[in-house]
Write a protein that binds this ligand. Structure first.
Ligand code: NAP
Length: 344
């Protein structure tokens, strides 16, 4: 009698509810607004729950929701440390971040527990290189500062030296970091005819450098000789705040500093001082500490800076594919297969 009642009840459930009950693997997604194509992939074979707001999930909610899940789909806004892993429990098999940077995840802690970590390199390389060029040109040719004059009445007439910037031709441009994104930035710089592109990394990248005739230089040489410095390295304990007061002091006074890597590579107070005192000419930042930057931050008062809200990879097709790769990494890990991109 009891089993007949149960089977009648199950028959009355909607198809989607029955499907959900039959899906054994559970995934928590920390954002509801990642492109739906990734979520649909997951929903085909997993029971997926998502945070409800288009803002980072509050910490307590994350700790509550991750409990008992097999996989976590996260973004760079989520700090994934031992607290999250403890809250999740020992069944947590993988974490997949919709980003190429993974400094927000405690990788050592994941390794200790055998939790696999997926990320999304390559797919966002072109979009981020393109945005870096856009930011560079907006900064060196003072686009936002000039555009403001059109609206506020500052544009009185064409004037010979008004709103002049520093062109890229015949300049020395230093790339701090020469990985996937750094190399693509370098390739896009060549048509602007710089006199020399240089790069600073731990490892020699002779083959890649030869393609754009880039020269490997020491960090000190990059600081003292560059007209432009573009930061495109990973944020690691070694690169944290490597652009500090001493680094800004070594730069040329006409140096334009661009950062599309992570805010953490810069001592932001030192950068602010260097810009305020015109120690360096200008800066363009897509990334800051913290994010979002508070409206009363001193950087917002400066004229010689262009600030963007971390939109390096924000091109529609790129973000859609990032969502799908993040999902496919989870599906692969849950069935013990090779992920498309897994943190080694
Ligand atoms: P990648 O291919 O791994 O390149 C990272 C580069 O950083 C490598 O050239 C590496 O040099 C260099 N590096 C690491 N530690 C260094 C150190 N101590 N000194 C000098 N160079 C060092 O990564 P990617 O795909 O190009 O991405 C780079 C970073 O861009 C990501 O980690 C992410 O934080 C950031 N990013 C930002 C956005 C955005 O929206 N603004 C979008 C995408 C990526 P070695 O080869 O010598 O290790």
């Amino acid at each position: 009698m009891r089993s007949r009642l149960i089977s009648q009840f199950v028959r009355r459930l909607s198809t989607s509810t029955r499907l959900a009950m039959s899906l054994s693997k559970t995934v928590y997604v920390t954002r509801p607004d990642v492109d739906s194509s990734g979520l649909e992939l997951l929903r085909k074979s997993c029971n997926v729950s998502t945070w409800s707001q288009p803002l980072p999930v509050p910490r307590e909610e994350l700790l509550r929701q991750v409990a008992g899940k097999d996989a976590l789909f996260c973004t760079l806004s989520d700090k994934i440390n031992a607290d999250v892993l403890n809250a999740a429990g020992p069944q947590l098999k993988c974490i997949s971040t919709m980003s190429v940077g993974y400094e927000h995840i405690d990788i050592d802690e994941c390794k200790k527990r055998g939790i696999r970590v997926g990320f999304t390199p390559d797919v966002l390389t072109d979009a981020t290189a393109e945005l870096t060029l856009a930011l560079l040109l907006a900064t060196n040719r003072r686009l936002f500062e000039a555009s403001k004059q059109v609206y506020n009445g500052g544009w009185k007439s064409w004037a010979p030296m008004w709103m002049c910037g520093q062109g890229l031709k015949n300049t020395r441009i230093g790339l701090y970091g020469f990985g996937r994104i750094g190399q693509e930035i370098g390739a896009r710089l060549v048509p602007f005819k710089p006199s020399q592109i240089t790069y600073t990394t731990r490892s020699e990248r002779a083959t890649e450098a030869a393609k754009i005739n880039a020269l490997r230089v020491s960090f000190d040489e990059m600081l003292t000789e560059s007209d432009f410095i573009i930061v495109c390295c990973a944020l690691t304990p070694e690169t944290k705040e490597i652009f500090n007061e001493s680094a800004f002091k070594k730069m040329k006074s006409n140096c334009i500093f661009i950062n599309t890597a992570r805010g953490g590579v810069v001592d932001q107070q030192a950068l602010c001082d260097a810009l305020k005192t015109k120690r360096i000419q200008a800066a363009g930042l897509d990334v800051t500490t913290p994010e979002p930057l508070p409206l009363n931050d001193a950087l917002l008062e400066l004229e010689n800076i262009v600030l963007l809200p971390h939109i390096g990879s924000a091109d529609i097709e790129t973000r859609k594919e990032m969502s799908r790769i993040t999902a496919r990494n989870i599906l692969a890990a849950l069935s013990d297969k090779k992920m498309e991109a897994e943190v080694a």
